[in-house]
Design a protein around this ligand. Structure first.
Ligand code: MN
Length: 132
């Protein structure tokens, strides 16, 4: 299934790794290295899915998620948090901020592709206004 995925991530190594996996699986990948750039890119490109790092140089991924979810034009886009902060409560913080899903770093190829596939099938329905 084709899909356009925005990855908001300030770590170039993580960006390279995730991008390589997604492109090999046939997805189009957009990059943003800062939270505000990520929001602007989402507004301009209307990606089908957003992968969101939490620790970013400007606003953090939780705040970026809250802003995206507050926008009527962008709130339908599924956001999957990707974070190394595997501390207790971290997942809850992400979901409370409006993230639809959660992936722990280090990102595992199969887990990444499975999660992306599940949320993309949901967002395709949401965008078209069809059943989901
Ligand atoms: Mn980071």
């Amino acid at each position: 299934m084709p899909g356009k995925i925005l990855y908001v991530e300030d770590n170039p190594q993580n960006m390279r790794l995730v991008k390589k996996i997604l492109i090999a699986a046939g997805y189009e990948v957009l990059e943003a290295y800062e939270g505000l750039v990520g929001i602007a890119t989402a507004a301009r490109e209307q990606p089908d899915l957003i992968l969101m790092d939490i620790n970013l140089p400007d606003i953090n991924g939780l705040e970026a998620t809250q802003r995206l979810k507050a926008s009527p034009q962008l709130s339908w886009i599924p956001i999957i948090a990707v974070t190394a902060n595997a501390m207790h409560g971290d997942r809850d913080n992400c979901l409370a901020a409006g993230c639809d899903g959660y992936l722990a770093k280090p990102v595992m190829k199969n887990e990444l592709l499975n999660t992306v596939s599940v949320f993309l099938s949901q967002s395709t329905g949401a965008r078209s206004g069809g059943v989901s």
